[in-house]
Design a protein around this ligand. Structure first.
Ligand SMILES: Nc1ncnc2c1ncn2[C@@H]1O[C@H](COP(=O)(O)OP(=O)(O)OP(=O)(O)O)[C@@H](O)[C@H]1O
Ligand SMILES: [Mg+2]
Length: 202
């Protein structure tokens, strides 16, 4: 090949081909991600304004939010998903639960300053579903914990936090007759949402 008078040209063409292949792969990956985001947005905006509960899968809801947060997660946050995949759909207000996952994930990312590990556990225990978000961020001092669910309580600079995130979370969890628990030490903060399972009857 090297002796061929056209050798260099052939090598160059081969090289260009390899580059082209990489670019094509990148385009395909980007297109797939775009499709996922569009799907996630459509799911996110799904209408449950009728005031009635609808059947929804908790894990799908959380994955939707993770897709929307992908850009904030991809550089420094490891996401560990411990899901009980056998979980069935529950009757709930799916849009509102998506708001809960959003606010908790957002807080976790902010607490870790976008670097660390976010662990999400979804499991069923008796007739309850337990969803936990654990971040490896700085933690919440014990004297601050009693205040965090109060509306407008924030430790973040103006413009960054309104202090409404957890107030909204608490209201939505109450509406589902659930509970929210928090445990925190420096480097490990866990918010656990406990929801009663209302098995969908046919
Ligand atoms: N995962 C967490 N790690 C450490 N601190 C947290 C965490 N989640 C909440 N907090 C603390 O609780 C406070 C209240 O949280 P909340 O989500 O209600 O408001 P915010 O995040 O400050 O503002 P907003 O959510 O309205 O943007 C935060 O300012 C922060 O001090
Ligand atoms: Mg918040």
């Amino acid at each position: 090949l090297l002796k061929d008078p056209e050798g260099e040209k052939i090598l160059q063409t081969a090289y260009q081909f390899a580059n082209l292949q990489t670019s094509t792969r990148n385009i395909v990956t980007a297109a797939e991600r775009a499709a996922k985001v569009v799907f996630a947005l459509k799911t996110y905006a799904h209408d449950d304004s009728s005031g009635n509960k609808t059947e929804a899968n908790i894990i799908e809801g959380i994955d939707t939010i993770l897709t929307l947060y992908y850009n904030q997660l991809k550089y420094g946050v490891d996401v560990i998903r411990n899901y009980d995949d056998s979980l069935s759909a529950i009757l709930c207000y799916p849009d509102q639960l998506n708001q809960v996952w959003t606010n908790l994930i957002h807080n976790g990312i902010q607490a870790m300053e976008s670097k660390g590990t976010l662990t999400i556990d979804v499991r069923q225990q008796d007739d309850q579903i337990k969803v936990s978000f654990t971040d490896s961020g700085k933690g919440i001092p014990p004297d601050v914990i009693p205040k965090i669910f109060q509306p407008f309580f924030t430790t973040k600079p103006p413009g960054e936090g309104s202090g409404l995130g957890l107030d909204i979370v608490k209201k939505i969890v109450d509406k589902h007759q659930g509970q929210i628990e928090v445990e925190s030490v420096p480097g490990k903060t866990t918010f656990t949402v406990v929801l009663p399972m209302e098995i969908v009857s046919e």
